[in-house]
Ligand binder design. Structure first.
Ligand code: NAD
Ligand code: GLY
Length: 361
């Protein structure tokens, strides 16, 4: 098992990554949180696969464990679902010393974290991510949120977990499409970090993407890159914005297609294609690096063409991005792999041209 530590201004916490490590959860929760109630939140797909093992581990460690099982899907990241969860916690008499355990993908993690951050102004929160996307990205760094109308992650806060436990064995049951979505975020980290992280994700392209190809080094390296950024800028007052690479167009595509046509990771892949093209136009990214980026994403089997959305609608939604100011949205672009540039303004006509290009790729 590989152990990492994230040190932020608000909290220092351990991340453990390994294969077949779910059984360690109870002991680790006891160590980081102490005795008390633990409510495991998971969705209907994850519950039959991993809930029993998690409950047993918590109970064996002496914690009073119960669960909430939700439907699966992005629509669960809602204020209505959060309110329902507050009701469950109230009925079960949860106190600040007790803990919510998010067992699942980024949807369960973001929602559970939002509830943990706000219930009684903050109760215990542990992440047990079971998708590649959640292991390398969503479970790390403390962004928790629900969606609001067409606004992705529009209502939320920063709330670091007390512990993250990522078991690579859980990826064995992940549908291939979800595995590819996680690979999109690893590709993002690779392009931003350059060096070893990029080398490892490029190796994934050589064989058909499978859970067996996802190594502890790949996941831990990707987490380490993100954790390093979060440690320097926990609340996105500067540097952390680099992690939005590909997300400005990606989030707008998700919203323009009603969160149904593309999953988050697929929309991010499309956003990364757009960001690579803009990087060549506006940040001097060499053409060969741009091509390498497109080939990487295509090689991971991610969708490369925007369908079922009009370019104009996507651009209108980009304008509603949380980061938009009076003069538009500041983009993260790439000068070279490993050298992101923050705060680039993209002329509206170029933004439209690039989104049109995504429809025609
Ligand atoms: P998800 O949570 O919807 O999970 C994808 C699907 O896989 C679901 O159907 C789920 O039931 C299923 N699943 C999960 N684990 C499984 C397993 N081990 N075996 C079989 N099926 C399994 O989606 P996701 O891609 O994990 O997360 C996407 C969400 O994460 C989005 O809402 C996005 O906004 C958010 N996100 C948050 C951050 C952050 O920093 N907080 C970063 C990136 C993404
Ligand atoms: N996923 C972007 C961030 O955590 O900042």
């Amino acid at each position: 098992m590989r152990r990492l530590t994230v040190r932020t201004a608000s909290r220092t916490y351990p991340i453990a990554v390994g294969r077949d490590v779910l059984g360690e959860l109870g002991g680790l929760v006891m160590k980081t949180r102490g005795a008390g109630q633990a409510v495991v939140v998971c969705d209907e797909n994850v519950a039959p696969l991993y809930l029993e093992r998690v409950r047993r581990s918590l109970a064996d460690a002496g914690l009073a464990a119960s669960q909430v099982i939700l439907p699966a899907g992005e629509q669960e990241k809602s204020l209505a679902r959060a309110e329902e969860l507050y009701g469950v916690l109230y009925d079960r008499g949860l106190r600040r010393g007790d803990t919510l355990v998010a067992l699942g993908g980024g949807v369960v993690g973001d929602l559970t974290g939002f509830v943990a951050a706000t219930y009684q102004r903050g109760i215990g929160f542990v992440q047990v991510p079971t998708t590649l996307l959640a292991q390398v990205d969503a479970s790390v760094g403390g962004k928790v949120a629900v969606d609001f109308r067409a606004g992705k992650n529009y209502v939320g806060t920063f709330y670091q977990p007390s512990l993250v436990l990522a078991d690579l064995r859980t990826l064995d049951t992940l549908p291939p499409r979800e595995l590819r979505c996680g690979a999109a975020e690893v590709a993002k980290h690779g392009l931003l970090a350059g060096s070893a992280v990029l080398r490892r994700v490029r190796q994934l392209v050589r064989a058909p993407l499978s859970a067996a190809a996802v190594t502890q080094e790949l996941v831990a390296g990707s987490i380490q890159y993100k954790a390093g950024v979060v440690e320097r800028d926990e609340r996105e007052s500067g540097l952390r914005a680099v992690l939005n690479f590909g997300h400005t167009v990606g989030h707008a595509i998700e919203a323009a297609t009603a969160f149904r046509r593309f999953s988050h990771g697929e929309a991010v892949a499309l956003g990364l294609h757009a960001a690579l093209r803009l990087s060549r136009e506006l940040a001097g990214l060499p053409e060969a690096d741009e091509r390498m980026g497109h080939e990487l994403l295509d090689g991971l089997g991610l969708p490369g063409r925007l369908t079922k959305a009009r370019a104009r609608d996507v651009c209108d939604l980009i304008g509603r991005d949380k980061k938009a100011g009076q003069d538009g949205v500041p983009y993260v672009l790439l000068r070279r792999p490993g050298f992101p540039v923050l705060g680039v303004r993209v002329p509206p006509e170029l933004e439209l041209e690039v989104v049109e290009w995504l429809r025609e790729r």
